[in-house]
Ligand binder design. Structure first.
Ligand code: FES
Ligand code: FES
Length: 367
């Protein structure tokens, strides 16, 4: 006999069978098992070591189903499963069917349907019905018979158990439908809340994307106009009036300083000033391009291209191409002085006309 066997707890009594200590997790509770022979069945350990006598010992050879329990969600005969092998598994017994201590709906239905006489098979049957309805919420009678065929009842028969299966299935289905109806009604009574900010932002997005009509006579435009945030309208109205540039009066005389009138495109929503260049604000009535030569509404402005040589209304300005040799009004001649620069970077300088043919220029004296 080796030292290992001599040190075994059962050595003095002559019991040298191998033992093991492990923990079973039964109905969600950790249950330690110490020095148990590794051949002990789950049914034996549950009943004799852990005091859980719900599972019954009928045949101890997997024939009657009285010892039915679930191991990791699978219905098994506890008498055929070595307990040590279930150490890392989740075990559910008939004691765990009802969390509140009362009878579960399955147990109550078995009692109500008269499926219990001596009751010895009942814990196993309850586990079998519970397992069936977990996998199949609406089993047919054939499916129910197949599920219960491993549980033997010698005094009551199976009519009550099959009735209990249908009763529980129908009750659970009705409860689920009622729950769904209640959730549907609750959802229907809650009105969706659309923040005003979201509507205004949607309008702004559409406007920026160019998807809103810009015609003054469009009904859609008027509808969209209502959606302009009041804050944006107030800002647009509060902006100071734009300076009115002098009306265009033809090409100024050479050497005349040109006012730089370039204006950037106004922001969207800015009230349009008819005399200022730039994209008009949304909602500004669209005016088509007038036919060529049509006088502009603004008097004194451009009135069509005049015939060649026609003096401009503005006296002192360009009056047609002078004859060769005619000195320009602007005495002093070209001196390279920059008189003005427009918004595009073009520079304007004084010009003194081409001198008459044959006139010697000052620089020619040095030639
Ligand atoms: Fe397990 Fe009978 S005691 S099947
Ligand atoms: Fe007695 Fe089933 S009720 S064996």
């Amino acid at each position: 006999m080796t030292d290992e066997l001599l040190n075994h707890p059962g050595a003095l009594t002559g019991d040298v069978r191998p033992t093991a200590s492990y923990t079973l997790r039964v109905n969600g509770v950790e249950r330690p098992v110490s020095d148990a022979w590794i051949g002990e069945s789950l049914l034996y350990v549950l009943r004799e070591r852990l005091g859980l006598a719900g599972a019954k010992d009928g045949c101890e050879q997997g024939e009657c189903g009285a010892c039915s329990v679930q191991v990791d969600g699978q219905l098994v005969n506890g008498c055929l499963v070595p307990a040590a092998l279930a150490a890392d598994s989740e075990i559910n017994t008939v004691e765990g069917l009802s969390g509140s201590g009362g009878a579960s709906d399955v147990q109550q239905a078995l009692a109500d349907s008269g499926a219990v006489q001596c009751g010895y098979c009942t814990p196993g049957l309850a586990m079998a019905v519970h397992d069936l309805l977990q996998r199949n919420h609406r089993p047919s009678e054939i499916e129910a018979r197949q599920a219960l065929c491993g549980n033997l009842c010698r005094c009551t028969g199976y009519r009550g158990a099959l009735a209990a299966v249908q009763t529980v299935a129908e009750a659970r289905e009705a409860a689920l439908e009622a729950e769904l109806d209640a959730a549907e009604q609750a959802a229907a009574t809650v009105e969706p809340v659309v923040p005003a900010q979201a509507t205004e932002q949607s309008f702004a997005d559409l406007a920026l994307a160019g998807e809103l009509p810009l015609y003054a006579d469009s009904e859609l435009w008027h509808e969209a106009d209502q959606l302009i945030p009041p804050q944006a309208q107030a800002q647009a109205q509060a902006q100071p009036p734009r300076p009115v540039e002098p009306a265009w009066s033809g090409t100024p005389a050479h050497g005349t300083a040109v006012p730089v009138g370039w204006e950037p495109t106004p922001a969207h929503g800015t009230a349009a000033d008819a005399a200022v260049y730039g994209t008009p604000a949304h909602g500004t009535p669209y005016l088509p391009t007038p036919p060529h030569g049509t006088p502009h509404q603004d008097p004194g402005v451009y009135e069509g291209t005049p015939p060649h040589g026609t003096p401009q209304q503005d006296p002192g300005v360009y009056e047609g191409t002078p004859p060769h040799g005619t000195p320009q009004q602007d005495a002093g001649g070209y001196d390279g002085t920059v008189y003005a620069t427009d918004g595009y970077g073009h520079q304007y300088t004084g010009y003194d006309a081409t001198p008459a043919h044959g006139i010697r220029l000052p620089e020619d004296e040095n030639a």
